[in-house]
Design a protein around this ligand. Sequence first.
Ligand SMILES: Nc1nc2c(c(=O)[nH]1)N[C@H]1C(S)=C(S)[C@@H](COP(=O)(O)OP(=O)(O)OC[C@H]3O[C@@H](n4cnc5c(=O)[nH]c(N)nc54)[C@H](O)[C@@H]3O)O[C@H]1N2
Ligand SMILES: Nc1nc2c(c(=O)[nH]1)N[C@H]1C(S)=C(S)[C@@H](COP(=O)(O)OP(=O)(O)OC[C@H]3O[C@@H](n4cnc5c(=O)[nH]c(N)nc54)[C@H](O)[C@@H]3O)O[C@H]1N2
Ligand code: SF4
Ligand SMILES: [Mo]
Length: 767
Amino acid sequence: MNKSDSFSRNVLARGPEDFTGLRLGEPKDFAAGKDGVMAALKHSLKEMGALRSFRSLFKMNQKEGFDCPSCAWPNPEEPSSLGEFCENGAKALADEATISTIGGNFFSRYSVEELSRYSDYELNRLGRLSEPLILRPQSIYYEPIEWEDAFRLITDQLKELGHPDKAIFYTSGRSSNEAAFLYGMFIRAFGTNNMPDCSNMCHESSGVALSETLGIGKGSITLEDLYGAELIIIAGQNPGTNHPRMLSALEKCKENGGKIISINPLEEAGLVRFKNPQRSKGWIGQGSPISDLHLPVNINQDIPLIKLIIKRLQNFEKQGQPVFDHDFIQHKTEGYQELMDDLDRYSKQELSAMSGVEEGKVEQAVQLIADRKKIVICWAMGLTQHKNGVETIREYVNLLLLKGSIGKPNAGTCPVRGHSNVQGDRSVGIMHYVDKDLNQRIEKHMGFVPPAKPGLDTVGSMRAMHEGKAKIFMALGGNFLMAASDTDYTAEALQNCDLTVQVSTKLNRSHLVTGKTALILPTYGRSEKDMTGGQSQYVTTENSMGRVRQSKGILRPASGKLKSEPEIVSALASAYFNGDHPVDWDTLGTDYDLIRQKIDLVAKGFENTRKKAQGSGYYLPNNARDGNFEKLAGGTAKITINALPKHQLAKDELMLMTIRSHDQFNTTIYGLDDRYRGIYNERRIIMMNEADIESRGLQSGDVVHLSSAYDGKIRTAHNFIVVPYKIPQGNTAAYFPETNPLVPYNHFADRSRTPISKSIRIMLHRR
Ligand SMILES: Nc1nc2c(c(=O)[nH]1)N[C@H]1C(S)=C(S)[C@@H](COP(=O)(O)OP(=O)(O)OC[C@H]3O[C@@H](n4cnc5c(=O)[nH]c(N)nc54)[C@H](O)[C@@H]3O)O[C@H]1N2
Ligand SMILES: Nc1nc2c(c(=O)[nH]1)N[C@H]1C(S)=C(S)[C@@H](COP(=O)(O)OP(=O)(O)OC[C@H]3O[C@@H](n4cnc5c(=O)[nH]c(N)nc54)[C@H](O)[C@@H]3O)O[C@H]1N2
Ligand code: SF4
Ligand SMILES: [Mo]
């Protein structure tokens, strides 16, 4: 059986016989509460049993415990002893700490071809990977391999490559600072900057926009800033599902008199009301209202909406009622007058029609903004994954700068990060671009000269593999095949490689669509006790707000044959250099304190991490938080001019955003329900406005194929059930990763190169 045949037949063309039994209910108008606690318990008990569940859940996000492996939301200064986790944190833990395992025995019975027929949900359910495995060139069965042999095989192939740039090293954002640092150092010592990471598909647009305008690619606020904000705007983010404990912070803000505006094509349950399970009233009462105002913007029409809001604010100014912070604008920014002049080019009617938000609601938003000075803007993938993701974020930053809401308490930027340590991985050196200062510090403190040529990001890597220019792909975590755009293209790219290596905890489709030879190197999860080098080790992570903290697993590892990520990377480096390198890889890999010492010297802002990461940890420096823009040209923050989006939808086209259900973590599918949206037991659905369903002669429950047409190429995702949903006309939503085959590999955000996963032009075809 040809490995590539099995892929296209089994994954991309799932038929109606694969439907799992859709049930529709009413979308919820609150998040969490009793149902959330029950769902958390159900997953925990099923996967881990009672003892393991209770031991681990109450150590998660506690000072002496381990960091939740799910999202990057920060912990409060004093975590609650009642538990500092949410339903989806509990699911992530249960998923990682499951007692089911699969190893050589299992893989001798199921070929790669047979496993390819499993859905992503079924693959994940098989359990934890328990030993290193190899898929040899002529075989369709994975078989066990000794660790040393695996390292030798990788080393031999790396040496035969001819040029270091023919290798690609991906990172997903779950790796610790220690693992990511060692990995980044090994890759540079090997000789390339080909370090795509999940950020490229995620918050890269935020990084680019914020660096340009405020001089730092991270958010500026702390968790406590949210409590006292006068106004929080939540745009393009679904915190009830993806950052559930954020709702506790929003609840506090409301209790302190703050207001909340949500900007989103969907009215997500978590943004309506929150029943806080840490409080008794969260169990029995109505819960706390969250949003004061919801603006149902059309997909990717945030720029016209914000321009309209700024234009109306400008009106107050023209009438002699100042609503902007002129002192701040004058001393700390540049570009004000240009922006004001530029606004004259647009009519209110035009902006209003594009945004799709009714006038009365825009007026209410304008009033809330005009009257307040301490404003926070939070956002996630709804802003970043568009062709104009960078501009969209810059437009929101304009609003903050005009209001002087940067560099003071209770105000600022809050790009809410995805993976639990995606921000830390960047801070310690996972990046495809070259930072000259970092390179100098590497040379000084690590004793080798890192490459000066920029490397490949995610879309660049896909292309290089597809064109046969890169032949080895290694991944520290993640599921590159299903996360990246254009699934078919990415599959072909990976299959072009001579060797693919995945350091993983659970089986996923990237293990089944591989290079000629494939390796699976199984590793610990965050919750597991790490006794590398015979001593109890801990790692550190950086949360979404830039605080570095220790994380120490407590559970018995899934198998005795696992290695920690730092040990895997150092053993690989040691096998590769065989003693002939200035870095003592072996010693580093077995004593994480030594890695932390190197991080302090090499990564910017880290300092005495060994001591300072204890307890609630320490904040890395942040110029935007301090209101210091000295390092930007002219020493000022930048107010920018951003063009309106241009989509030119053809007559029959609709706009599609690919989003997460409540029962998944990225490509890991925990279950088949999207409880808050009232969609149960099926993932292959498309949410549509009733009028769009009707005008196409369709009905709820009909099955359609989705296709996108870019540059003359038609891409299709088969068999999706039509679900009527409250979404603005012309807009649709479906789940990622099932819809990734529709996202063209060569369409991505300007400058950040993030795939356009939230604004894909599609057509529907009856089955
Ligand atoms: N449980 C769970 N937690 C997670 C994850 C997970 O998969 N599961 N993933 C993690 C990761 S890596 C990330 S990056 C984050 C993702 O967190 P989110 O960004 O919240 O995740 P998405 O489901 O992609 O949701 C995007 C939201 O943006 C809205 N939206 C889409 N397009 C637009 C637009 O053009 N304008 C506006 N204003 N809104 C828009 C959608 O309706 C949706 O509510 O979550 C992290 N946390
Ligand atoms: N269409 C569309 N595409 C998207 C998105 C979207 O919204 N729409 N979102 C994008 C975003 S924001 C992101 S961040 C990417 C996510 O892209 P990735 O980070 O590549 O994907 P994940 O699904 O998070 O990776 C899951 C796998 O990681 C492994 N894993 C889990 N924990 C660990 C660990 O502790 N160590 C190691 N070594 N491995 C571990 C498991 O084997 C698991 O199967 O997807 C992107 N793709
Ligand atoms: S909010 Fe995020 S980090 Fe906190 S427990 Fe939930 S999933 Fe984990
Ligand atoms: Mo992400």
